[in-house]
Ligand binder design. Structure first.
Ligand code: COA
Length: 150
């Protein structure tokens, strides 16, 4: 299959929304995103960070995407990998790797010093991250529910 990786445009982002909703509704995430909230989420990352956003397409249809956001740190510019999603039917065909390669090349060309990402430990992404040589951080995520979800 001939997958094409390109910079994510505004209209591409619209095509990312249903993929995002479908993938995160499944285990281990079980997150039920409304269309409105998914659009808000993806737009909030995309805005101001277009340079770190790519899509994978097959026959001009988006089948996967990667979105990152940069921030300043004491050692230089860092990037947080916010989303890396491939539609289930196109997994294990190298699409995630193609997206990652485009993204990593962009990080290098922008002089980014470090890239970080959050991953559910039960997700297949754990093995993917190992494959692309992302090591585990010394930092641990802490959280507390401040309001019950209605
Ligand atoms: C993580 C994800 C993007 C990987 O996409 P993909 O297109 O399937 O990745 P690739 O085909 O490039 O896989 C590269 C390597 O990663 C590893 N890998 C990926 N998925 C795997 C799985 N389900 N089980 C074991 N290893 C896996 C393998 O080593 C694979 O190489 P191989 O197929 O030659 O063995 C995809 O599984 C996904 O969208 N997951 C749900 C969303 C998610 O959790 N995103 C990450 C958090 S933001």
């Amino acid at each position: 299959m001939d997958f094409k990786i390109s910079k994510c445009s505004g209209s591409d982002l619209k095509q990312c929304v249903p993929i995002f909703i479908k993938v995160y509704a499944k285990s281990p995430y079980n997150e039920h995103w409304s269309k409105n909230d998914a659009v808000k989420r993806l737009k909030s990352v995309y805005k101001g960070n277009k340079t770190y956003c790519f899509t994978a397409k097959l026959d001009n249809q988006v089948i996967g995407f990667i979105l990152g956001r940069d921030y300043q740190w004491y050692d230089g510019k860092r990037v947080f990998l916010e989303e890396l999603v491939v539609s289930e039917e196109f997994r294990r065909k190298g699409v995630g790797t193609l997206l990652w390669n485009a993204f990593e090349n962009r990080l290098k060309s922008r002089g980014v010093v470090l890239v970080q990402g959050l991953v559910n430990s039960n997700s297949t992404a754990t093995r993917f991250y190992k494959k692309i040589s992302l090591g585990e951080s010394d930092y641990k995520l802490f959280e507390k529910k401040v309001r019950r979800f209605l």
